[in-house]
Design a protein around this ligand. Structure first.
Ligand SMILES: C[S@@+](CC[C@H](N)C(=O)[O-])C[C@H]1O[C@@H](n2cnc3c(N)ncnc32)[C@H](O)[C@@H]1O
Length: 264
């Protein structure tokens, strides 16, 4: 368990760092992805009560509020919540933001009409059991027949990732059975390098490189029914072009994140 809480604390520190905060202040201005907006309009009832879990600096909470939803934004990183509050009040929006952990939500049962865990936040929770707990908490706090929009990246094996998977395989299937210990908790855990350093040391951030099969199994285990599963690229070419321009030339429709529309 020590490893899980260490990874969690390091992740919160990294999300709260100056570099990441500056980045997320800009991200907050981007608003909905086109694909996201399409699904929100389709699955969230107008003016309903929405949980934006892992809300970051408010990229989705802001347009949800501007579009008339009664949104509560929750994030585990205190600096994200500070920044979300500041950015939203500069837009004259009074959004209910709270510091909180998806694995232990403060809300009663059947409280929200809908929920969203946008932009890969869920796969940044360390430990498969904790990711399962987060899904269970979201399920518990949602009303029956409500929709939950989960976004998780794809597991791809090309480019730099080919090397990553070879190393993972060696660690998990050759060295672990021999008793070697690693920081990785689950097959697919990745500590990726951020493009800034602290005291001349590279800074890492945690993400679990999940598979579609794993996500689907976890969603179903919670009791949600998967109503739709679509890649961002299947919903909006514009989003893929925008991501390609801002992130990486290697990004394409097939590598774009996946939306899982889950019905309670
Ligand atoms: C990739 S960022 C996405 C932020 C925002 N949803 C967006 O789309 O810009 C992931 C966010 O999830 C938050 N997060 C990670 N683990 C969490 C947890 N257990 N409970 C709540 N928030 C969490 C992080 O602090 C971070 O702000």
């Amino acid at each position: 368990m020590k490893n899980i809480s260490q990874i969690k604390n390091e992740s919160i520190n990294e999300f709260g760092s100056k570099w990441t905060q500056d980045r997320y202040a800009k991200i907050a201005e981007l608003g909905f992805w086109k694909s996201e907006e399409m699904l929100i309009n389709k699955y969230f009832k107008p003016k309903s009560k929405i949980l934006d879990i892992g809300c970051g600096s408010g990229r989705t909470a802001i347009p949800l509020s501007q579009n008339g939803f009664d949104v509560i934004g929750v994030d585990i990183t205190p600096r994200m919540i500070e920044s979300a509050k500041k950015i939203s009040s500069s837009k004259n929006l009074d959004i209910d933001y709270r510091i909180g952990d998806a694995t232990d939500l403060e809300f009663p049962d059947n409280y929200f009409d809908g929920a969203i865990f946008a932009n890969n936040g869920w796969v940044q929770i360390p430990g498969k059991e904790n990711r399962q707990k987060a899904l269970a908490e979201i399920h518990r706090t949602m009303k029956p027949n409500g929709y939950f929009i989960l976004v998780a990246h794809q597991r791809y094996h090309t480019g730099n990732y080919l090397f990553f998977w070879i190393i993972q395989w060696i660690k998990f299937f050759l060295l672990k059975p021999l008793g070697f210990k690693f920081r990785e908790l689950d097959f697919g855990d990745h500590f990726f390098t951020r493009p800034y350093k602290i005291e001349n040391k590279k800074v890492k951030q945690f993400i679990h490189m999940t598979s579609k099969k794993e996500v689907e199994e976890q969603i179903k285990k919670t009791g949600f029914k998967i109503e739709l599963r679509k890649r961002m690229g299947e919903l909006s070419k514009e989003d893929v072009e925008a991501m390609e321009a801002s992130m990486s030339k290697n990004f394409n429709s097939f590598k774009s994140p996946i939306f899982y529309i889950c019905k309670k």
